[in-house]
Design a protein around this ligand. Sequence first.
Ligand code: ATP
Length: 472
Amino acid sequence: MAQNLDALRLALQHSPDNAPLLLLLAEGCLEEGLVEEAEQCFHRVLQNDPAHADARLGLARVAFLQGKTSQAAVRAEQVLSDTPTCAAAYLLLARIHVTENELARAKAMYDKGVALNAALADPGIEKDLRGVKPSGNDDSSRKRGAMTSSGAFLESATEDKDEDENDDDGHPRGGAAFDLGLADFEKPKLNFSGVGGMEVLKEEIRMKIIYPLQHAELFKAYDKKVGGGVLLYGPPGCGKTLISKATAGEIKANFIAIGLHQVIDMWIGNSEKNMHEVFELARQNAPSILFFDEIDALAADRRDLRQSAGRNIINAFLMELDGSESNNDGVLILGATNAPWHIDPAFRRPGRFDRTLFVPPPDEPGRAAIIEVMAQKKPIAELDPKALAKKTEGFSGADIKAVFDLATEEVLNQAMKTGKVIPLTTKDLIKAAAKHKATTKAWFESAKNYAMYSNQSGFYDDVLAHLGLLKR
Ligand code: ATP
């Protein structure tokens, strides 16, 4: 295979824009695990033909292989919106949903793909999806919340809402949608007490975010701006979204969450105006927190999107962030990412996301605290949070939630037989924990490489310290 690849590379030297050759090389590279080279090939095809469906889907596959599932999903959905009969895109979405453990949606995608092209049937996925009923609703925008006319999701984070209106990842699912300019929303009720553990981070947030906003007049006296951008990064499911909402609750600020899909919709609509409106809304309702989830998808794709509408929306975003046209006083822009290494350095310039917070997986006392928070909403016979915390090394908050869900399902099965509520016990939870794998390990494998070999200005020092590779 390596020889074939060399032959293809040679052929491309003579015919550098030959799309079929580039696609062949890309496929060969993917087979050999040369993901970055494959990515370059797909980009080269798109330079000449930005609508090329195979190359666009190729980039979605690359993103998936790189663990950027949200970006992969968005790219696959974009292919489908232009080419609704692209069976391979449905199959890719099915795989993505399987890794996200959204099996009903995976099943819906898989069935559509195989109906279009039976040759793509995959026994591996079928095994994962055995017995799963497809979800009737495969509208992917559902996941990130209700949208305003301009693509913004507005929400007041309340404790009660959290359980009911978050999707399985804890992202806002529904909530009130407003027309921009007419918004009138409550202050969040969720505060730090609803977030288990994270004591160091809470203190950092108090110092970097809360006190400055509470003492704005002091900052004014020193001619220092209050607000600006803070980047939260870390493994998935460790509470970046949750702590952001709770921060809004602590300072009684409004919380405006913009998910990846909303941003992508703004790209597609080529609507810098919408981006401006989102910021304006935050300014008019200051103090407010404008939360951009999966900011890497916005920040990383700048080069790819140079030719398209994307460039405009990104530049519009940077302009709004700089506050060059308007005053961002009292508006805090939080960006969350699992892939900080994909963030264009332009985003981290002074005045933009120049403050960074690492959101690590919870340590043992942190896990015990999260367990206590989660147990408040369940019927529990007896709970030993420390014992369960010991058995959940490396688990994120989302992993712990999955343990509770799994244990609840088991007990519910029993309860349905008897018609009586059977409370959960520590034993049930420990049993469920044994069936669940920590999801943070894979993240640290990638992060370690970046932290060791491209740690410009000590950006990843917190990661190194967490891994015990940096003494402080
Ligand atoms: P992603 O990177 O995947 O978007 P995230 O870091 O933003 O993840 P959240 O969405 O905030 O993580 O957390 C997922 C879910 O995990 C939350 O909705 C909550 O149920 C649970 N969770 C995470 N951390 C905590 C915590 N410290 N206390 C209580 N619950 C937590």
